[in-house]
Design a protein around this ligand. Structure first.
Ligand code: COA
Length: 311
């Protein structure tokens, strides 16, 4: 049964804006990337989703296809982004069956919580291999198709149907550093740097490259792996976010449609952080009371009153 549109896409987007276009997404069996692809398919695109697990990837493709009657969604399993040859074969199959690749999401990632003291050299390298090298492999394997699409659908500022776009999925750990996340921080810093270079080297050929950085998104594999269950159950984890809640997959999908559609034509080399402002909280005051309680419990109002009285 098809998921209600409201679960993965805002009502503001017009049906058919991606008619005749094809999206290729690594990590497409995952909670966030599948919502991004489902939104694109709903709005007219056909899709190839890529994953390591065959059954999970094929089942997700079938589920995404319910977003629009008549859509074609292919699940290509047994592909490891660490091996460029397996990605190249997936690209070949996608083009053979769907005719093109206009949009790419490099979404495959690996992560776990580990302090540096518990992180072997191989564990560190494994995450770099999946996230950074895997993103590079995805780019290299799809670039020939992105170039064809960019030429066919030029980004002129007046053409409302452009192609040749890539989004890398990143994180914000490396903005500040994050305990237990040395491996992912380094890996995602590399992904951000890669996207900036793609924007500069391939912008002149009509391709746009951008980053989407999701914050804590409810119901995802990432939060199941990395979230603090007790703090989530009590609501403390959600309260730490300036907006007082976790995000939804729909909010990441909306960012994707913004960047891939006409609305994002002049956005290149950018990082779109969709996290409710959460990453900035690391820089906030942490005293006896935790963020954001001390903003509202009068602690600082009293201090201010005392200071004013002396003046
Ligand atoms: N803490 C510390 N080290 C860990 C670890 C953990 N929780 N999990 C794995 N490792 C280490 C392993 O011990 C191994 O190192 P070693 O050879 O020195 O012992 C290294 O990482 C590779 O692990 P392995 O299980 O062989 O790699 P893999 O390629 O099968 O799996 C992972 C890759 C580890 C990233 C795995 O978690 C994975 O497949 N994740 C995919 C899904 C995912 O993470 N999604 C991200 C959502 S945010």
């Amino acid at each position: 049964m098809a998921l209600p549109r409201s679960e993965y896409l805002s009502s503001v987007w017009r049906d058919g804006i991606f008619d005749g276009k094809v999206i290729f997404c690594t990590g497409g069996g995952g909670t966030i990337c599948s919502a991004q692809v489902r939104a694109m398919v709903h709005l007219g695109a056909n899709a190839c989703i890529i994953g390591r697990n065959v059954e999970k990837t094929e089942n997700m493709a079938q589920s995404i296809a319910t977003a629009r009657p008549g859509s074609k969604v292919i699940g290509i399993g047994a592909v490891d982004v660490r091996r460029i040859e397996s990605l190249e074969k997936a690209v070949e199959r996608c083009v053979q069956e769907l005719g093109a690749i206009d949009y790419v999401i490099a979404g495959a990632a690996g992560n776990f919580l580990a302090p540096i003291s518990g992180l072997s050299a191989n564990a560190f390298k494994t995450v770099i291999d999946i996230d950074t090298i895997g993103s590079y492999n995805t780019l290299k394997a799809t670039l020939p198709q992105l170039l064809i699409s960019a030429k066919k659908n030029p980004n002129t500022g007046t053409n409302t149907s452009t192609g040749g776009r890539i989004i890398f999925i990143s994180a914000s750990f490396h903005y500040t550093g994050m305990p237990l996340q040395a491996h992912a921080s380094v890996a995602k810093a590399g992904v951000d740097a890669l996207s900036a270079n793609v924007a500069l080297e391939y912008g002149p050929l009509g391709i746009t490259s951008n980053i989407i950085t999701p914050g804590p998104i409810a119901g995802t594999e990432g939060m199941a792996r990395l979230g603090d269950k007790d703090a989530e159950a009590s609501g403390a984890a959600q309260r730490k976010n300036p907006l007082g809640r976790y995000g939804t997959v729909k909010e990441i999908a909306d960012g994707t449609v913004y960047l891939f559609s006409d609305t994002g034509s002049y956005v290149n080399g950018e990082v779109l952080v969709i996290d409710g402002g959460g990453w900035r909280v690391t820089g906030s005051f942490e005293g006896k009371r935790s963020y954001p309680d001390y903003l509202f419990d009068g602690s600082f109002a009293k201090a201010d009153a005392g200071r004013k009285a002396k003046l």
